[in-house]
Design a protein around this ligand. Structure first.
Ligand code: RFL
Ligand code: PHB
Length: 415
């Protein structure tokens, strides 16, 4: 079966769906191809914190009505050092910015609903998705569905298919450069229908390891503890997990913590990863397809949205104004923001987690740095400015600084 569209979008995660919705608003035709079922995509529990810029993009896409009704605005976050809490006043330290707690599952649900109510081309359960002729002016995508072969001709391909998708893998190895850090631990997460222990999120550095108290609504909580990668879910019955959370979050938070049965429990590994460039011919990567951050800074979904905001703008300028300048600048502009978020997520992870190789000196450094943040408004402002999302003007100024700059070769051994 043959199809024709202006932009073929691989992946119906938040990046692919938001891009399709923004382009549709501008009158550009898209076709979204997703490997998993709709039920699977809608139930994948992931992010919970949206930056203001992400909310603004969802406004622009016309899918934020429920988000404004049910999302929880947060003007601050709590941090803890060995159980003692202190607050970062996001609103006061950033000239009035805040974040919104609204689950990725809800964002995805709202976007899928918007697609289906307008009869958009959105295909789930597509197998053998493959990208072809990306460096020609006739790229196309092939897939099979229920045994039927499909061919989708297009002007451009948006690779929004996450870390494991085929888009990034379609870029030749000698063109792509990847940067990576794998952390020696993961996050064990629990979702439960109990009220949160605090009105705000709590990021806790404890000598037993990192813990995070988060939420989805006033009646639904999301908690995480850092665990070794060797850990198995079977070793963490609910009671053991609640006990560990109580220890790591400290007595004040523990006294307000309500325990309850897990609706969902999973272990996610932590990784920092960037692929450069984010364009190859007529293929443009966006979101987790191009970069991964450890979840500590709550940046993954927000970065995906920021990429999509830039890519939508560039494609609109290509189709409506016939200008390719913004498409040519997309990779450098997106990567400038990506590297800033990578830095913050890596730093915040290093500050709050217990590393296996950490000696007493390294632990003292963490304690000193957290004590400094606790005592200094200037240090808190650095955390707050990054947490709410850096202004586009700042990351735009950095565009092109990193990408394509050859890193110096390591010195040659002297014979
Ligand atoms: P996704 O969500 O992975 O979606 C990619 C889609 O592509 C599909 N796909 C394919 N489709 C067709 N053919 C193929 N061959 C395909 N292969 C894959 C997949 O099925 C999927 O539907 O990527 P996207 O859209 O770029 O979105 C990225 C975000 O999902 C991710 O960055 C965040 O969830 C990260 N993240 C967080 N981000 C935040 O901004 N704030 C947070 O608070 C936050 N918390 C988190 C997180 C991620 C976590 N985990 C599990 C990794 C907490 C956790 C625990
Ligand atoms: C979440 O609620 O799932 C969450 C919140 C903040 C993070 C990561 C995950 O930094």
């Amino acid at each position: 079966m043959q199809h024709r569209t202006q932009v073929a979008i691989i992946g119906a995660g938040p990046a692919g769906l938001l891009l399709s919705q923004l382009l549709h608003k501008a009158g550009i035709d898209c076709f979204v191809v997703e490997r998993k079922s709709q039920a699977y995509v809608e139930s994948r529990i992931r992010a919970g914190v949206l930056e203001q810029g992400t909310v603004e993009l969802l406004d622009r896409a016309g899918v934020s009505e429920r988000l404004h009704r049910e999302g929880l605005p947060h003007h601050g976050v709590q941090m803890a050092l060995d159980g003692e809490l202190f607050r970062i006043d996001l609103h006061g330290l950033t000239g009035g910015k805040s974040v919104t707690v609204y689950g990725q599952t809800e964002v995805t649900h709202d976007l899928i609903l918007a697609h289906q109510s307008r009869g958009a081309n959105l295909v789930f359960e597509a197998d053998e998705v493959a990208l072809h002729d990306l460096t020609t002016d006739r790229p196309h995508v092939t897939f099979t569905r229920e045994g039927v072969a499909h061919r989708l001709d297009c002007d451009y391909v948006a690779g929004c298919d996450g870390y494991h998708g085929p888009s990034r893998a379609s870029i030749p190895a000698d063109v792509l450069r990847v940067f990576e850090r794998v952390y020696p631990f993961g996050w064990l997460g629990i979702l439960a229908d109990v009220p949160p222990c605090d009105d705000e999120l709590i990021y806790s550095n404890h000598h037993r390891g990192f813990a995070l108290a988060s939420m989805r609504s006033p009646t639904r909580s999301r908690y995480y503890v850092q665990v070794p990668l060797t850990e198995r879910l079977e070793d963490w019955p609910d009671e053991r997990l609640w006990d560990e959370l109580a220890l790591r979050l400290g007595p004040e938070a523990a006294s307000r913590m309500t325990r309850g049965p897990a609706i969902e429990k999973s272990i996610a590994p932590l990784r920092s990863f960037v692929a450069e460039p984010m364009r190859h011919g007529r293929l443009f990567l966006a979101g987790d397809a191009a970069h991964i951050v450890p979840p500590t800074g709550a940046k993954g979904l927000n970065l995906a949205a920021a990429d999509v905001g830039l890519l939508a703008e560039a494609l609109i300028s290509r189709f409506l104004d016939r200008s390719e300048a913004a498409l040519d600048g997309y990779s450098a502009r997106a990567l400038a923001r990506v590297w800033m978020a990578e830095r913050f997520s890596w730093w915040f992870t290093s500050l709050t987690h217990r590393f296996p190789e950490m000696d007493d000196f390294a632990r003292r450094m963490q304690v000193a740095e957290l004590s400094y943040i606790r005592a200094s408004r200037a240090a808190q402002a650095v955390v707050a400015e990054n947490y709410v999302g850096l202004p586009t003007a700042l990351t735009t100024r950095l565009a092109g600084r990193g990408e394509a700059t050859p890193l110096p070769a390591p010195p040659r051994a002297v014979a």
